[in-house]
Design a binder for this molecule. Sequence first.
Ligand code: BG6
Length: 301
Amino acid sequence: MSDTRDLQRFTIPGIVRVEAGEGGLPRFVVSGRDGAAHVYLHGAHVTHFQPTGGEPVLFLSGKSLYAEGKAIRGGVPVIFPWFGAKEGDSAAPAHGFARVLDWEPTDVRQESDGRVILTLELGSSDRTRKAWPFDFRLRYTIAVGRSLELALEVQNLSGGEFRFEEALHTYLAVSDVRQVDVEGLGGKTYIDKMDSGRRKVQPPGAIRIEGETDRVYLNTTDGVVVTDPGFKRDVIVTKQGSAATVLWNPWIAKAKSMSDFGDDEWPHMLCVETANVSDNAVTLAPGATHRMSATIAVEIS
Ligand code: BG6
């Protein structure tokens, strides 16, 4: 793991500093003109984003673990190269390895428009090849401004094509998940993981979360708006290079069963994940690069 001393060259006085975060894991603390953020090298994990003058946009569990080999619970886990359980290998860790490995920062800068942009990379290694036998390079850029802009590039450095799944597993902070409207997925087909993976069609109109929800909306390229009357704001997730959207809330029993999630935290989060999973997994030719991006913006209502 990188020592915070080795990372000092990435600091920008008054704007970006490096510190030992929770569990001693190194993190960037960004205090930009238009927004603030925390980014751990562990998983390239954004755990906090707050526009200047606004409230935090991301949920982070008070019970999260911060340890090597463990995923952080909340923020934006980066999921690659498989989503959920690995097909044909039930012993493999859920959601792949990208969220539990240490990424390498390659660039930190401030743009003239005030946005602070961090770039982190993760390459294949003996460890990743044991789990997934391909060579690749991931490049993740995190732009912190009035909105949070995330872009994940996957480059195939193998001799042949490979197929992968990916997600920016965004945990949005909501006042009460039972009170929000989720718009943008009406009429779309989804895989209902709460009903043996049955495929269903979402009726038109806004979605209300009324129980444990775990759905993959296929062929969804449009944005999603979460209207939150309690927080008097809309959170708008727009995306490019992503054809699937995952909606997840564990509700009461599942929350209780998760040791890294507080029993009473479930009303305060909703995952709206920008993804390419299941039917929408990506096949990438050797030498090619695929880019998926998401922008998370807030409008006060
Ligand atoms: C969601 C999945 O994206 O992530 C759910 O659709 C899963 O099935 C959830 O329970 C959390 O996964 P994990 O591995 O972080 O507990």
